[in-house]
Design a protein around this ligand. Structure first.
Ligand SMILES: O=C(O)c1ccccc1N[C@@H]1O[C@H](COP(=O)(O)O)[C@@H](O)[C@H]1O
Length: 233
């Protein structure tokens, strides 16, 4: 599935019941973080694969990973049974090109990590990576841990807006999104899709159904508003 329009991804699924609750609540994509440079993994490969096997279309599973070698990425995607990978590491262009060659059926989402003063670098990355990816995701950086995802931190949305505007590929917005701010974020950035991990969790670190449903409703309302307001650039 390479259509990321109005994608609503929820990342960090813990078990089958949670996956089914997220799908029923309207998430279009479920993110499974594995092979992480930061953060503890919540699931083993086989636990993730067992959940993914039970998902019903149109809900899609996405592998979220810091892996940087084409063979490791394709091997893990095949074991899990996923058709979409979200790459959060600094994957070299040559390796990304190889990934495209060895797995042309795999949809690739490449992260663009927004840090202070990163705009010029990110603007330069977009044309370099665009021919090799299906979408970009902008996400936040946590200087205290070095993590590039699941930080719960909002970044400068004007940077994501610039990147969404100039990218020939769809841009998904992530980083500190929650029911309370996703509408404003979508209206400001005009992304193809949105993605949340920690912002829809309760104090116990589990996905909170009320927060997930509110996030989905707010995101859908915002995408609906975008349809009726032309993009002024
Ligand atoms: O979800 C994870 O655990 C994860 C780990 C490592 C890199 C990326 C990860 N996920 C992505 O981070 C965003 C934003 O998280 P948050 O909403 O700020 O907590 C999440 O949506 C995933 O795409």
């Amino acid at each position: 599935m390479r259509n990321f329009e109005k994608m609503i991804q929820i990342a960090g699924v813990r078990d089958l019941a949670e996956a089914q609750m997220l799908a029923d609540a309207g998430a279009t994509h479920l993110g499974f973080p594995l092979r992480l440079a930061f953060h503890r993994e919540d699931l083993s490969d086989s636990e993730a694969a067992a959940i993914i096997a039970r998902l019903n279309p149109p809900v899609e599973a996405v592998l979220i990973t810091y892996l940087q070698e084409a063979d490791s990425v394709t091997g893990l995607c095949r074991r899990l049974g996923v058709r979409i990978v979200q790459l959060h590491g600094e994957i070299p262009l040559a390796e990304l090109s190889r990934l495209r060659q060895v797995a042309p059926e795999l949809a690739i989402i490449k992260s663009l990590i927004v840090k202070e003063n990163s705009l010029e670098n990110l603007i330069a990355e977009v044309p370099r990576y665009s021919p090799l990816v299906d979408a970009f995701i902008t996400d936040s950086w946590d200087p205290s841990t070095g993590a590039c995802g699941a930080t719960g931190r909002v970044h400068d949305w004007s940077v994501s807006r610039r990147l969404a505007n100039l990218s020939p590929k769809p841009l998904i917005l992530a980083g500190g999104l929650r029911p309370e701010n996703v509408r404003k974020a979508v209206l400001q950035v005009r992304p193809a899709g949105v993605d949340s991990h920690t912002g829809v969790e309760g104090p116990d670190g589990r996905k909170d159904e009320k927060r997930v449903r509110a996030f989905v409703a707010e995101a859908k309302a915002a995408f609906g508003e975008l349809d009726s307001v032309p993009d002024q650039g």
